[in-house]
Write a protein that binds this ligand. Structure first.
Ligand code: CAA
Length: 262
């Protein structure tokens, strides 16, 4: 599916190598149905195939919501087997996003509930607007999280706080989410998009090979024991010495000039 045919999301290259994916169903507060997930999958495929891609920003259309969850209307018609397939679809796509070779940053501009919180947690990190709200309210619908919420929330905020949030279904403010380590920075709503672009430009100006190797280290390392994780780090450290960026980065330092990465 080419980007021009998307009807539930927007994918644009805002500047060289800086992509923005917007979940674009504002009438449902950007709820995720199967078609939206399919388009996200196609968008990730486009990014995977573009060697000039440097960073991906993900946000929601409108002023009110990032993503208010999986689409409850859609889910209300599903059998248990179909429900499982829907979870597997979301799980696979979020994992594909999480392991995309470039950094992925969520700009959470309002509600990030259920599947929305799960989407934000599948990004490398989160910038939030002051009005953002985070939570896993699935218990209120008589279901469990299905796109990785029970697992990623526990890894990000610890077991005790994750349990509290999961069993009460309560929402957290942006400020609380930052205090708990879920969110990196909170900005006034009107400044979130600009702050996201500033950060993206900073990332895009650095060594893309070093950034991609670093993402692999963090992503793969967190599921390894420390001995194997450190072996991987020395391997990729060695590999980074084979790049032109290493040549340029070190020469620039020694010559007292700013590095210009290709
Ligand atoms: N799915 C489908 N439609 C949704 C939706 C969702 N998750 N969230 C909001 N909408 C729709 C509403 O039905 C409403 O549609 P209509 O205008 O046609 O009535 C429209 O978006 C606006 O929503 P509200 O009128 O409810 O707006 P509000 O400001 O009063 O409340 C809200 C906002 C608190 C976010 C509320 O909409 C809400 O609680 N939404 C559901 C949140 C939720 O439970 N998310 C988890 C879903 S389960 C899940 O995600 C499973 C998983 O892990 C995979």
């Amino acid at each position: 599916l080419p980007a021009q045919e998307f009807s539930n999301i927007l994918l644009d290259e805002v500047e060289n190598g800086i992509y923005r994916l917007t979940i674009n169903r504002p009438k449902t507060l950007n709820a995720l149905n199967a078609d939206t997930l399919k388009e996200m999958d196609a968008a990730i495929e486009i990014l995977e195939a573009d060697p000039s891609a440097r960073v991906l920003l993900i946000t929601g259309a409108g002023e009110k919501s990032f993503v208010a969850g999986a689409d409850i209307e859609h889910m209300s018609h599903l059998t248990p087997i179909e429900g499982k397939a829907f979870a597997e679809q979301g799980m696979r796509i979020f994992r594909r996003l999480e392991t995309l070779r470039i950094p992925v940053v969520a700009l959470v501009n309002g509600y990030a509930l259920g599947g929305g919180c799960e989407l934000a947690m599948s990004c490398d990190f989160i910038l939030a607007a002051e009005n953002a709200k985070f939570g896993q309210p699935e218990v209120n619908l008589g279901i469990t999280p299905g796109f990785g919420g029970s697992q990623r929330l526990t890894r990000l905020v610890g077991r005790a706080m994750a349990m509290e949030l999961l069993v009460t279904g309560r929402t957290m403010s942006a400020e609380e989410a930052m205090r708990r380590g879920l969110v990196n920075h909170v900005y006034p709503q009107a400044e979130l998009a600009d702050e996201g672009m500033k950060l993206a430009a900073m990332i895009a100006g650095k060594s893309s090979s070093a950034i991609q190797l670093t993402k692999q280290l963090v992503q793969r390392g967190q599921d390894l024991d420390l001995d194997n994780a450190c072996v991987m780090e020395s391997d990729l450290f060695g590999l980074s010495f084979s790049t032109e960026d290493r040549q340029e980065g070190m020469s620039a330092f020694l010559e007292n000039r700013k590095a210009k990465f290709s």
